[in-house]
Design a binder for this molecule. Structure first.
Ligand SMILES: Nc1ncnc2c1ncn2[C@@H]1O[C@H](COP(=O)(O)OP(=O)(O)OP(=O)(O)O)[C@@H](O)[C@H]1O
Ligand SMILES: [Mg+2]
Length: 413
C-alpha cells in the first residue's frame, strides 16, 4: 500500500479503485490497432502501471511495415488481430518470427473462441488478451513480459540492497528476508543471498529455521581465505532457493570486524549473486558507512510513532553524509495499523522527515510470527494477506529503483 493510496482512501476508509502498480523492469509497449476503444483503454490502463510506456500505431497489423520491431524497438508489441484476415495472421507470424527473446508479442482480438485463440497461440505469440481488454489480464501479461525481459538482459553484476532500522524491533530482519524471497519469486532464475551482518544478535537463521554451522564466524577466523569458493562454502541453503550467510552464534565485538573485510565480502557476494540483501545491526558500527558505500539501495525501516519517526530522521541524516557513495534510499514504515489507529499520519511523518515515505507494510503479528515459527517466508504462510502484498510491492519498488539506477529509467521511452 503506498502512502498515496492511504491518503486517497475515501471517508469509509476504502482503498481507491485504481492503485498504481510498479512493474519490476521498464517496458516499452507498442500497440497496433485501428480500434479507438482498444487503444484508449490500453493507454488508460498502462498509465496506472509505473514502468511501462506506451506508443500507439494506428493501423491494421496486416498493413504495417514488416520491420515494425526494428523501427520501434518495443519490449512488448500488442497486435489487434482480425482472426478472419489471412493478411493479419501472416504478418503476425512474420513479426513473431523476427522477435528476439526479449520481445513479447501479444495478440488481442474481438472474438476469443477457443479455436481462434489456439490458432494465434500456434503462431508463437506470448499471450492473448480478449476484448474488451481487462486490466488484470493486461497486468498479468505485462508482468510475464517483464520477467522474460529481465531474464534475457545480460546481468550487470549483483545488486546490493541493505536494510537498516531506526529503533529495535522495527521489522528490518523480517522485511530483509521477505524482500529477498519476493525477489527470488519474481525472478526464479536469479541468484539471491542474504548476508546477516547483525553479527551480535542476527536472527535470519532463526527466521528461516536454518541449522548451518558455517557463516560470518568462518570469515572472521579466516579473512585471508575469502574468495568466491570460500564464500560459497560457508553459505547455508534455504529450501526457497535463498542462500544465507548466517550471523555468529557467539557474541562478537562490533569493532572486531575490519571495514575492508566487510566490503570484500559484499564484493565477492555480488560476483556470485544477482541480488545481495544485507541485514544490518541496529547499532551503527565502524563499518556501517563502508557497507552503505557499497550498496545500491538502502532501505530504512521504522514505525509510525512519534519516537519512531524521530529515530528515522536521525538515520536518514547519516545516509546523506559523506562516504556513502550514491546509494538510493527508501523509507518503509512497518507494522502500519492504518487510518485512525495511528497517533501520527503518514503525511505528518513525511513533513517531519522532510522526504516521502515510500512504502507502508501492514501490521500482522499473527502471520509475521507464524513465518518465524515455521521458518518460511510470508508467501508460504498466506500469499493473499495484506502484509504479503505490501512486502511484494516494496520488493518490486526496489527492483524498479535498481533498474532505473542501471540505465533502464522509466523516463526512457
Ligand atoms: N509487519 C509486521 N506486523 C507484525 N509483526 C511484525 C511485522 N514485522 C515484524 N514483526 C514482528 O516484530 C518482531 C521484530 O521483527 P524483526 O526481528 O524483523 O525486527 P528488527 O527490526 O530486525 O529487530 P532487531 O532490532 O532485533 O534487529 C518480530 O517478532 C516480528 O515477527
Ligand atoms: Mg533485526
Amino acid at each position: 500500500m503506498s502512502v498515496a493510496d492511504e491518503n486517497n482512501r475515501d471517508d469509509e476508509g476504502r482503498e481507491p479503485q485504481r492503485t498504481q502498480v510498479r512493474l519490476p523492469v521498464a517496458l516499452k509497449v507498442v500497440v497496433v490497432s485501428t480500434t479507438l476503444e482498444v487503444t484508449e483503454s490500453l493507454l488508460e490502463m498502462v498509465e496506472t502501471m509505473t514502468g511501462a510506456s506506451v506508443e500507439v500505431i494506428v493501423g491494421e497489423i496486416g498493413g504495417i511495415d514488416d520491420s515494425v520491431l526494428q523501427h520501434h524497438n518495443p519490449d512488448v508489441l500488442i497486435a489487434d488481430v482480425r482472426l478472419e484476415s489471412p493478411t493479419d495472421l501472416d504478418r503476425l507470424r512474420s513479426i513473431v518470427q523476427q522477435a528476439e527473446a526479449d520481445t513479447c508479442v501479444i495478440a488481442t482480438a474481438q472474438t476469443s473462441s477457443v479455436e481462434g485463440v489456439r490458432r494465434l497461440m500456434r503462431l508463437g505469440i506470448s499471450d492473448f488478451l480478449p476484448q474488451p481488454i481487462n486490466r488484470d489480464d493486461l497486468m498479468s501479461a505485462l508482468q510475464h513480459a517483464a520477467r522474460r525481459v529481465r531474464q534475457s538482459r545480460p546481468s550487470e553484476g549483483g545488486h546490493v540492497i541493505t536494510f537498516l532500522h531506526a529503533g529495535g524491533g522495527a521489522g528490518a530482519t523480517t522485511l530483509a528476508v521477505n524482500c529477498a524471497s519476493s525477489i527470488k519469486e519474481t525472478n526464479e532464475k536469479a541468484k539471491v543471498c542474504v548476508l546477516d551482518l547483525d553479527v551480535q544478535f542476527g536472527q535470519v537463521a532463526i527466521n528461516l529455521d536454518l541449522k548451518g554451522s558455517h557463516g560470518v564466524l568462518d570469515l572472521l577466523e579466516n579473512p585471508e581465505r575469502l574468495d568466491a569458493m570460500f564464500l560459497e562454502s560457508i553459505m547455508t541453503h534455504h529450501k526457497s532457493g535463498l542462500d544465507v550467510l548466517v550471523a555468529p552464534d557467539v557474541l562478537v565485538a562490533l569493532d572486531a570486524i575490519e571495514p575492508e573485510l566487510v566490503v570484500r565480502v559484499i564484493e565477492v557476494a555480488a560476483e556470485l549473486y544477482d541480488y545481495v540483501v544485507i541485514d544490518m545491526p541496529l547499532a551503527l558500527t565502524p563499518w556501517s558507512q563502508s557497507v552503505l558505500g557499497r550498496s545500491d539501495v538502502a532501505v530504512m525501516v521504522g514505525q509510525l510513532t512519534v519516537p519512531g519517526i524521530r529515530q528515522l530522521r536521525r538515520l536518514a541524516g547519516i545516509l546523506t553524509s559523506d562516504g556513502v557513495g550514491d546509494v538510493r534510499t527508501l523509507v518503509v514504515l512497518n507494522r502500519f495499523l492504518g487510518g485512525w489507529k495511528t497517533s501520527i499520519r503518514p503525511k505528518e511523518a513525511e513533513k517531519v522527515l522532510g522526504r516521502p515515505i515510500d512504502f507502508l507494510v501492514a501490521n500482522d503479528f499473527k502471520i509475521a510470527s507464524q513465518c518465524i515459527d515455521q521458518g518460511v517466508p510470508l508467501s508460504e504462510i498466506k500469499k493473499r494477506s495484506t502484509i504479503h502484498r505490501n512486502v511484494a510491492e516494496m520488493a518490486n519498488g526496489i527492483l524498479s529503483l535498481l533498474s532505473e539506477k542501471h540505465g533502464a529509467s522509466y523516463l526512457e521511452s
